[in-house]
Design a protein around this ligand. Structure first.
Ligand SMILES: Cc1cc2nc3c(=O)[nH]c(=O)nc-3n(C[C@H](O)[C@H](O)[C@H](O)COP(=O)(O)OP(=O)(O)OC[C@H]3O[C@@H](n4cnc5c(N)ncnc54)[C@H](O)[C@@H]3O)c2cc1C
Length: 545
């Protein structure tokens, strides 16, 4: 009985698809010669991208720029695409999203990235993309002359180090401060152990840019880069066992870095993500002026994609197997005939056994596509289970993270009764018997130029910061902004292993950019995955008979 219901419902959907293909073809291709390249009759292949974050926007941009893809023998470089990008929210950007904050003078608004914030100069794609679409980069994103730089290392109860006018990560600081050097095993901990570990990783990562269009899954990429061992071990074990970094430095300071980047400590995170968190220590940090969202907007605009905001996709299914099954196909044609669809035209298109994708937005008619790019984590989308069940994807636990931006003046004694200096950066990590109320804290801007000026302080925390907690931290807080993220996968060795192969081509004609995230979740790595998929997709279409 259940199989009858399934066949019938498949038929209804296929038949509806046949009908709408025919209708949409008549509407679309009045001036275009039919081509074997498109199942939908248009000379341009129709692609749906689900999600308008950095992954979806860069996928659209790369797909429209074959000259950037190093396609082998130019395979597929002549194909043309029309792209629809579906975004569930009212604006594009996804986790690369910013907000403006003002004091008393709205003209002096400060833009703060509340999700993905910083990249580094080694991020070749972010550098090239921002350059080619003409968005300006902020070369000193973390410095404002009105904010006095003060780093502290904090475990929720005590400050183990305070560095004024310098950085805890700078060897010059250690040279000038014997207390810090001796606490953490001498300056060579930094110069001969930690820095070389991070530098080696950057070198190991660099060949990724020569691999575009060649890797079929994240595990394939990881083996090409020789990084499997980094995903099977914690960052703590990697640094202490392979580089001899003292445990106290990893637990107090390096864990603060990984807490800041990925909301978990160095004992939890895998070594690859731990090393990614550490790159800003040895490379130049950058952001996009006016917020990283500007890059997403520019990529979408330059790709010529049609962007549909407020359009959550609830279902995306393909009909390849049904169409290739002649019984079902015959019945679909009968149904098509009964509603006056041109049978010859329908047959010509479907007999190719090419997948036909039907994308259903929550608030509109289903649309037909030659292929689909999923550019949002499945576990964080309103997709019906039917979509996920049919694709080769594995479940991944995401880290929930609260971001809080407070406009105000800090209470220095929050960090100890005798403390009189307000920190600009707090490197926070648990100790055996204490836990900070937040994973990271940083001064990210300053509003108003007068004596009443206030600092913008950004926190990441596991739980929402309550008004009482904020009152403890500030003498005055005029504006509190809160947002909760399903931020990124917990990048632990166990979670990476549970991700399976990390397939990109999750069904015929469908690719999944965010398969990348359990390996590394950054704006750069999402563009790397998107570029690879754009290349794979062009090659796939070109090789279809
Ligand atoms: C707090 C925080 C701090 C971070 N810091 C950094 C950092 O400093 N540097 C860095 O490089 N990275 C950072 N990251 C990680 C980085 O932001 C992400 O890896 C990257 O932005 C993910 O981009 P994406 O396009 O793959 O996904 P997203 O940005 O999540 O985009 C997916 C989009 O799809 C939309 N969507 C979801 N479901 C549907 C649906 N069914 N239909 C239509 N639309 C849908 C969503 O609304 C969203 O806009 C940070 C992340 C967070 C949360």
């Amino acid at each position: 009985m259940r199989s009858v219901v399934r066949v019938l419902s498949t038929l209804v959907v296929i038949s509806a698809a046949v009908a709408s293909v025919s209708l949409s073809v008549h509407a679309q291709d009045t001036n275009e010669a039919p081509t074997t390249k498109s199942i939908l009759g248009s000379s341009k292949l129709r692609v749906a991208i689900i999600g308008a974050g950095i992954a979806g926007s860069s996928a659209a941009y790369y797909l429209q720029h074959p000259e950037l893809l190093n396609l082998p023998n130019n395979t597929g470089s002549d194909l043309q695409f029309t792209i629809d990008v579906y975004e569930k929210d009212a604006q594009v950007g996804g986790r690369a999203t910013s907000r403006n904050f003002t004091g008393s003078n709205p003209a002096n608004a400060v833009t703060v990235d509340i999700g993905g914030s910083l990249f580094v100069s080694a991020n070749a794609n972010m550098m090239a993309l921002s350059g080619s679409v003409g968005v300006e980069r902020n070369e000193n994103p973390m410095s404002d002359p009105r904010i006095k730089p003060v780093d502290i290392v904090w475990n929720g109860r005590t400050v183990s180090c305070m560095v004024e006018a310098g950085s805890i990560w700078d060897p010059a600081t250690w040279a000038a401060r014997p207390d810090i050097a001796s606490r953490y095993g001498g300056i060579e901990t930094l110069t001969n152990k930690f820095y070389p570990a991070v530098g080696m990783f950057l070198q190991q990562f660099a060949p990724i840019y020569q691999q575009q269009g060649q890797w079929s899954s994240v595990s394939d990429l990881v083996s090409r880069l020789g990084m499997q061992p980094l995903l099977q071990t914690s960052f703590y074990d990697y640094l202490t066992k392979q580089f001899g970094v003292p445990a106290i430095f990893v637990d107090e300071v390096v864990s603060a870095l990984t807490n800041n980047n990925y909301g978990v400590d160095a004992r939890t995170i895998h070594a690859a993500a731990g090393l990614v968190s550490s790159i800003p220590i040895i490379d130049k940090m950058l952001s996009i002026k006016g917020g990283n969202q500007k890059l997403v907007e520019a990529l979408l605009s330059k790709s010529g994609a049609k962007v549909r905001v407020n359009s959550p996709v609830v279902n995306a299914v393909s009909f390849q197997s049904g169409i290739c099954n002649s019984d079902v196909f015959e019945k679909a044609l009968e149904f098509a005939a009964s509603i006056n669809v041109n049978l010859a035209e329908a047959a010509r298109r479907f007999l190719s056994c090419r997948p036909l994708w039907v994308v259903q937005p929550a608030n509109g008619l289903p649309q037909l596509y030659d292929a689909v790019i999923f550019a949002a984590p499945f576990y964080n989308t309103p997709l019906l289970p039917i979509t996920t069940r049919r694709l080769k994807v594995n479940n991944v636990d995401f880290k929930n993270l609260h971001v809080t931006v407070v406009t105000g003046n800090q209470r220095p004694s929050y960090y100890g009764q005798d403390n009189t200096v307000a920190p600009s950066t707090v490197w926070a990590a648990d100790s055996a018997n204490s836990r900070p109320e937040f994973r990271s804290m940083g001064a990210v801007g300053y509003v108003d130029d007068d004596a009443q000026g206030k600092t913008l302080i950004k926190y990441f925390s596991d739980a929402e910061l309550s008004s009482a907690q904020i009152a403890n931290m500030f003498t005055s807080a005029s504006n509190v902004f809160r947002h909760k993220w399903a931020a990124y996968p917990i990048m632990s060795p166990a979670n990476y292993a549970a991700n399976g192969a990390g397939q990109l081509n999750v069904a015929a004609g469908a690719w999944y950019v965010n398969a990348m995230e359990p390996f590394i979740s950054t704006m750069e790595t999402e563009t790397i995955s998107a570029k690879n998929i754009a290349s794979l997709m062009r090659q796939w279409f070109a090789n279809l008979s």
